[in-house]
Design a protein around this ligand. Structure first.
Ligand code: APR
Length: 232
């Protein structure tokens, strides 16, 4: 089977009702990212950060995967499919995708504020203050904040190097190191972008740009890719 590597961002979940980051004047659900998504914010006001992510978790659990998530799952029938997502939602998993790598963490898990490798599943939508890890420190959302390391990058980069087809859906490609992953994809590999706006990608060879929303764009990609599969 050919290997399909997919990089997704907030835009794939927009039609599930979850807001993107940069489509709303730099504000995210009315907050500045520096006030809620940095280690400094956590040190300054952990309750605010915890409340903010509790609200996001609540929204995510209430949202449902859309057709774009579902079509990616169906592509597993024809391709060895690896999804690299910048999203902290679990909509790819809930659509049934079996190989999802979360670059920026996943909101349904908590991590120790002492040791980022100490992870716990969160029951329900709230992670309360006072709930501690086995080493006695407060649990925080398992989310990579601005200024923190992105430990999954080397793993994701290796996947990109092996891609026979590379698909990008709903990301502005403005946040590094995630945006730099495109640079690991071999030049000869066909690349497809699905995004309604003009994402800046200079110097990419073999690029097809589908300037549509994720669900409509993915219907076209599904047709296109099922014609490229090995057994045809
Ligand atoms: N379908 C597809 N794409 C869409 C849709 C849609 N219905 N609606 C909007 N988009 C596109 C926008 O045109 C934009 O290019 O989704 C992209 C969203 O970009 P961002 O808001 O910048 O989100 P993303 O690229 O995922 O952000 C990366 O930044 O704040 C951090 O850690 C956070 O993972 C996030 C990272």
């Amino acid at each position: 089977m050919k290997k399909l590597v997919v990089l997704t961002g907030a835009g794939i979940s927009a039609e599930s009702g979850l807001k993107t980051f940069r489509d709303s004047d730099g504000l995210w659900e009315g907050y500045n990212v520096e006030d809620v998504a940095t280690p400094e914010a956590w040190r300054r006001d952990p309750e605010l950060v915890q409340d903010f992510y509790n609200m996001r978790r609540h929204d995510i659990l209430a949202a449902k995967p859309n057709e774009a998530h579902r079509l990616l799952k169906r592509l597993e029938d024809f391709f060895e499919t690896v999804i690299i997502t910048q999203n902290i939602d679990n909509l790819h998993e809930r659509a049934g995708s079996s190989n999802v790598l979360h670059l920026h963490g996943i909101i349904t898990k908590a991590q120790s504020s002492l040791d980022p490798t100490l992870l716990y599943e969160i029951e329900g939508s709230d992670l309360p203050m006072g709930l501690k890890c086995d080493r006695g420190s407060q649990l925080r959302p398992h989310v990579v904040w601005f200024g923190e390391e992105v430990p999954m990058i080397p793993v994701a980069a290796r996947e990109c190097m092996d891609a026979d087809i590379f698909l990008i859906i709903g990301t502005s490609l403005q946040v590094y190191p995630a945006a730099g992953l495109v640079g690991y994809v071999p030049a000869r590999t066909p690349k497809i972008i699905v995004d309604p706006s003009g994402v800046q990608v200079s110097g990419l060879a073999e690029l097809t740009y589908i300037r549509k929303k994720a669900t409509q764009g993915m219907r076209e990609v599904y047709e296109m890719l099922t014609n490229l599969r090995d057994d045809k």
